[in-house]
Design a protein around this ligand. Structure first.
Ligand SMILES: [Zn+2]
Length: 471
């Protein structure tokens, strides 16, 4: 009897409808007063977003904005350091409290804690001919770290709390002080005053201490030269280990490609870095809008290469197409110029982060116009179906179903580009609102994925996350 009851309960549990989902308009990557570039306060950002019908705000203030150049061999002593406003500079606790207060200031609005991190920079050139600060604008967005201690130890270059200990200056300092002490003791016992040599050794010990303080060592120093992805991977792994999301920000951004002079004989340069998407692992996606669709996101680009690695099992996590608005000033256009429509289980921080991790969202770029709406995005075969971020087990000939409309209900013609496994399968023109079904009888891959990109005649765009197909 008990067994029957358990069985009945299990059947009922299986038959129970899933928790009621909500579709949340989500904007990500804004800077407030906690960043040196942010012109608005967090409550002002919340108000601006609320006025545009936004449900979820993900501000990403700059975690650390400190760089320095030191002259060899006394890089710790003879140095120039530039420190600008950032979360670390103002205070992590204050930032987290301000985010909580901003959320409370507007009931119904969800504010997800996040930061923008520059994990690494490097110097090229020389102080005499001119220095270039390279890769300073290669950024990762880290979403959903939980405690102030988690933020404090983000292993970004310049953050001493996130650095390893450097042992050799301490060992050298101790050896020098011991040698100076022993020599001084012998000299004093012989009735002599400490010699010049003894004083020099003690001074050298003090110099090593002053130059080495605070004895922080980074995996890669800014003087090592050459591009290396390990400092970025380290930040990603750190976030992953704490259940947080990492998203590559603006990988195709061209605005720092040519060196920009920031001080006499100092320039800043960051070439676009779409290859970050394939060179690093275990992150959750990249900013497709506004600066990731030109190279990383084109059919056959780095995003498709990454998804190809995922379906063949070479890399552990799939990769989603996020929308980031990169908003610093009110003159940057509407705060929802690009946004994500997130299919969350409820209106909470945790539910939003869960949906973002699972890929249950699509991204839109519409400027100040009402955005496009993806009402249906589904792969089906043999009576089963799957949506964004999910995997369909089925034959190689699935059916693709798309339903599109405009938030503003304006009629327009849109073109849907269907990509399968990195290749464009077909392009289809539809009238909005409209539906499109496609039976893909040309697929030969047992394991693959489908995604769509949409552009309408008013230049509004939409990109879906992939749906995977396995045998
Ligand atoms: Zn950035």
């Amino acid at each position: 009897m008990t067994g029957v009851l358990i069985l009945a309960a299990a059947v009922l549990a299986l038959a129970a409808p899933p928790a009621c989902a909500v579709e949340l308009k989500t904007v990500m990557h804004m800077h407030s007063h906690f960043s040196h570039t942010g012109e608005l306060s967090l409550p002002q950002l919340v108000e601006k977003a609320a006025a545009r019908g936004v449900d979820v705000l993900i501000p990403t203030d700059t975690f650390i904005a400190t760089y320095e150049y030191g002259l060899w061999p006394l890089r710790g002593l003879v140095r120039k350091r530039v420190e600008q406003n950032s979360v670390l500079h103002v205070g992590i606790e204050r930032y987290l409290q301000a985010l909580d207060a901003a959320e409370r200031s507007r009931p119904g609005m969800v504010v997800v804690p996040a930061v923008e991190v520059a994990p690494y920079y490097r110097w090229s050139g020389s102080p005499w001919s001119g220095l270039i600060l390279e890769d300073w604008h290669r950024h990762l967005l880290i979403l959903g770290l939980k405690t102030a201690a988690d933020y404090a130890a983000i292993p970004a270059l310049g953050n001493t709390t996130g650095a390893d200990w450097s042992a050799w200056p301490i060992v050298l300092m101790v050896l020098l002080f011991c040698a100076a002490g022993a020599m001084a003791a012998l000299e004093l016992r012989a009735g002599a005053r400490p010699s010049i040599e003894t004083c020099v050794l003690a001074l050298l010990g003090a110099l090593v201490f002053a130059n080495g303080w605070p004895f922080a060592r980074w995996q890669r120093s800014p003087y090592d030269g050459g591009t290396d992805w390990s400092p970025y991977q380290r930040v990603i792994d750190y976030a992953q280990g704490r259940g947080a999301l990492s998203v590559w920000a603006h990988p195709d951004a061209p605005n720092w490609e040519s060196p920009v002079t920031v001080a006499p004989r100092v320039q800043v340069r960051t070439a676009p870095y779409p290859d970050a998407v394939v060179r690093t692992a275990h992150f959750h996606g990249f900013g497709y809008f506004s600066e990731g669709w030109r190279r990383a996101g084109v059919p056959g680009g780095e995003w498709d290469k990454k998804l190809g690695m995922y379906v063949t099992g070479a890399r552990g996590l799939p990769c989603w197409a996020f929308a980031e608005v990169d908003y610093h000033h009110p003159t940057d256009g509407p705060i929802d110029g690009t946004y994500m429509s997130v299919d969350a289980k409820e209106r909470t921080r945790e539910a939003v982060l869960e949906a973002l991790k699972a890929g249950r969202f699509y991204s839109v770029a519409a400027g100040s116009m009402p955005g496009l709406r993806l009402k249906r995005w589904e792969l089906s075969a043999g009576g089963r179906s799957a949506g964004a971020g999910e995997t369909l087990s089925g034959p190689r000939t699935p059916r693709v179903d798309v339903e599109l409309s405009s938030e503003g209900r304006e009629a327009a013609k849109a073109e849907i580009t269907l990509v399968r496994g990195g290749r464009v399968v077909t392009r289809q023109s539809v009238s909005l609102p409209g539906r499109w079904s496609f039976l893909d009888d040309g697929n030969t891959d047992a394991r693959t994925y489908y995604r769509i990109a949409v552009k309408d005649e008013r230049s509004r765009e939409l990109v879906s996350n992939p749906i995977f197909l396995t045998p």
